[in-house]
Design a protein around this ligand. Structure first.
Ligand code: PMP
Length: 403
């Protein structure tokens, strides 16, 4: 076989792989476990009656852009739709980064930011979040002054920690960064900003106060894009639709990198149906928030350290005495190895749940989050089963000992 050489920036990049694991309760990928509401499914079926399979879809997703713009009360040219927000993240790296340019990404956060930046030949810079996973505006601005990135990515609320950063913090960074900023709000629908609910997408001019989303800053700054997705709150991860909202200057630059017809017609049609009936999602979004808070309380009661989450997932790890005992149980069951105590404790739980066909996301060996598990909020019945198993596992290890 010929020894192909690849671009320098790709040489040490591995293709993204997620092992396919058969499970009965799947809470590892922050998807929605709720099906599309019946009214949305009916609307999709009706719209499909005269679907033009033989035609290309709208070249730049114009129809969906127009509906989003109408709901936001802004001009259509301020919105771009993508094949999942992933495509728009990747393309922003191509548009604003490139060889000899730098992209700053948060750490610990969504690992794909660094991958997309690397794919685009950009130099990847990591700026640190606080130990609790929050943005420190002063530290980020200092970082930008010292490193002069060409693009800065923020994730609010942050994956995998779940933290929500108040709007003034995000605004301070946008105002002072001195470069284009992406505010990835993939999980914002689950957050509860102070003041107005961030799910409220009445025309911005009609809102007296929007505390949750950087969408509220659209009329104030032109150097940023807000990213949203239909994959989480809108139960459409399988259809791959996301969107970016920002100044026409920013969307125009992003648009230079997008292929014509990059989102398929069926996905666009489904997203139109979702938006048309967006109120139908409110009950399930509300239930996810309530379940999340209940689960966090239950996990703390078991002896877990739980990150404060405003998303549809929780990040947690066994702490204190529970951690010690679980790590010891891990050694007994799997034999000693070089993993740290927190990692062993978290892994013991991860593996035990997997034996029961419950799939969480394993962050136990993440350098900044040792021992952590990430669990999406599933349906109430699923959450109860997972919590019940965790409680039983912890009780079996701890016995009657106080933790
Ligand atoms: N941003 C964040 C923070 C995410 O967690 C994800 C998905 N895990 C995405 C973006 C990508 O979402 P999608 O491509 O499905 O819109």
């Amino acid at each position: 076989m010929a020894d192909f050489s690849v671009r320098h920036s790709l040489a040490d990049l591995e293709e993204y792989e997620v092992e396919t694991i058969d499970a009965d309760i799947v809470v590892n990928a922050n998807e929605s476990n709720y099906p599309l509401p019946a009214v949305v499914r009916q609307d999709i079926a009706a719209r499909m009656q005269d679907f033009s399979y033989n035609r290309y879809p709208p070249m730049k997703c114009e129809t969906l852009c127009a509906l989003l713009a109408e709901q936001l009360g802004i001009d259509t040219d301020k919105v771009r739709v993508g094949n999942g927000s992933s495509e728009l993240l990747q393309m922003a790296c191509y548009a604003f980064g490139g060889a000899g340019r730098k992209i700053a990404v948060p750490y610990p956060s969504f690992s794909m930011y660094g991958v997309y930046a690397q794919m685009s030949d950009s130099e990847v810079l990591h700026y640190s979040l606080t130990v609790d996973g929050y943005l420190d505006a002063d530290a980020v601005l200092r970082f930008c002054r010292d490193e002069q990135p060409d693009l800065l990515i923020l994730n609010n609320p942050n994956n995998p920690t779940g933290n929500y950063n108040p709007l003034p913090v995000v605004e301070a960074i946008i105002a002072g960064a001195g470069c284009p900023v992406i505010v990835d709000e993939a999980y914002m629908e689950f957050a509860k900003g102070d003041g107005v609910d961030p799910r409220d997408l009445r025309p911005l001019g009609q809102l007296k106060l929007v505390a949750g989303s950087a969408l509220a800053l659209l009329h104030k700054y032109s150097n940023f894009l807000v990213y949203r997705t239909f994959s989480k709150a809108y139960s459409m991860a399988g259809l791959r639709v996301g969107y970016a909202v920002g100044s026409s200057l920013m969307t125009k630059i992003l648009g230079k990198t997008l292929l014509p017809y990059h989102v398929n017609g069926y996905s666009l049609l489904c997203a139109m149906a979702c938006l048309t009936h967006r109120d139908a999602f409110a009950p399930q979004i509300g239930e996810i928030r309530d379940q999340r808070d209940l689960m966090a309380q239950n996990l703390e009661d078991m002896g877990m350290q739980v990150w404060p989450s405003q998303t549809n997932f929780l990040c947690y790890r066994p702490a204190g005495r529970l951690q010690e005992l679980l790590a010891r149980a891990y050694d007994q069951k799997y034999g000693p190895n070089n993993l740290s105590q927190p990692s062993k404790a978290g892994k013991y739980l991860f593996k035990a749940l997997l034996e029961d066909k419950i799939l969480l996301r394993d962050f136990t060996e993440h350098p900044a989050l040792p021992g952590c598990l990430r669990q999406s909020v599933g349906l109430p019945g699923e959450n109860a089963v997972v919590l019940g198993k965790l409680r039983a596992l912890c009780r079996a290890i701890v016995g009657n000992e106080e933790i």
